[in-house]
Design a protein around this ligand. Structure first.
Ligand code: F6P
Length: 326
């Protein structure tokens, strides 16, 4: 069968950076080169696309990056891509650049940007890159594991000081509107409670206070509570706990530390697999798809269907956390 005439693909990272994005870039570039496809890197996400800020990506450009956090392509949040004019302009630039496809690595907002371009005739292939794990159509998003590991290490360190002072520690972790990072950090860090946006905030906070008092009455000398940023205001919760229990309480907001650091093996593995599979999919004629993990394996779905997919909140892990914290 004659080889189709593949020419050039564009590649950008967009939205919040996530550890593992570089591993995905490397996998896309190397797999494309394997298929004799030219890769154009676009700097600073859709912002850079609108400015025509591009560079050729050869194999050397992606050497020594599999272990590095951040994104060598840089990233940005681009307000203009939320406007029809901006989307039209970006689609035209893809045409002027003669891109046969645009590969987008990013979270919900970036994938929505990709969808808008696909509706204007650009073939878009997306990879889920966000620490938040908040893309319902995928069981995994690149960066999540590293962020959870960072949270877990922070909890261990906080436990040292919190147990020395017999205090209560509140740690606020990222996750935007979802509580995945918080719940996982709570389980793997051995927290007593987690406060999630998926649960009723007031009930949840009252339960936290009851749990702290119950554990103290059993002889526990320090406490560890994880709060998702989607619930917010760890400092206010710390004050509420201190007032209600009389226990000295300190709040720590982990913030952007969770977005940095060398990606874990799991993040590098999924990023490499999704990058490789994304190019293979494109070579086989895939159009307007988002790479996902489904039933534990790499798969892909239509971008619009993927964005509309709603996964019900899985209370199982929350129940497990409660039991393990008893
Ligand atoms: O989506 C990743 C994320 O780190 C969220 O967890 C957080 O809410 C947001 O980005 C922070 O965004 P920014 O870096 O633009 O402040």
């Amino acid at each position: 069968m004659p080889k189709p005439d593949f020419k050039k693909i564009g590649l950008l990272t967009s939205g919040g950076d996530a550890p593992g994005m570089n591993a995905a870039i490397r996998a896309i570039v190397r797999t494309a080169i394997h298929h004799s496809i030219r890769v154009v890197g676009i700097k600073r996400g859709f912002d850079g696309l609108l400015q025509g800020d591009i560079l050729d990506l050869e194999s050397e450009e992606v050497s020594d990056i599999v272990y590095r956090g951040g994104t060598i392509l840089k990233t940005a949040r681009c307000a203009e891509m939320h406007t029809p004019e901006g989307q039209e302009k970006a689609a035209n630039i893809c045409k002027i650049l003669n891109l046969d496809a645009l590969f987008v690595i990013g979270g919900n907002g970036s994938i929505a940007g990709g969808l808008s371009l696909s509706k204007l005739g650009v073939n878009v292939i997306c990879l889920p890159g966000t620490i938040d794990l908040d893309l319902d159509c995928s069981e995994y998003t690149i960066g999540f594991d590293t962020a959870v590991n960072t949270g877990m290490e922070a909890i261990s360190k906080l436990k040292d000081t919190s147990s020395s002072h017999q205090r209560c520690s509140i740690i606020e972790v990222m996750g935007r509107y979802k509580g995945f990072i918080a719940l996982w950090c709570g389980i793997v860090g051995g927290a007593e409670e987690v406060v999630l946006p998926e649960e009723d905030a007031t009930t949840n906070q009252n339960q936290v206070i009851e749990q702290i008092l119950a554990n103290r009455s059993k002889g526990k000398l320090h406490n560890m509570i994880v709060v998702a940023e989607g619930v917010g205001d760890a400092a206010a919760l710390a004050q509420k706990i201190e007032k209600a229990t009389g226990i000295a309480t300190r709040a720590t907001i982990l913030g952007h530390l969770q977005r940095g650091g060398n990606p874990t093996a799991l993040d590098r593995m999924w990023a490499s697999t999704m990058g490789y599979e994304a190019v293979e999919l494109y070579v086989q004629g895939g159009r307007n798809r988002v790479m996902v993990v489904k039933d534990g394996v790499c798969a892909n779905v239509d971008i619009e269907e993927g964005l509309n997919f709603k996964r019900p909140y899985d209370e199982k892990n929350y129940r497990m956390m409660k039991i393990l914290a008893l």
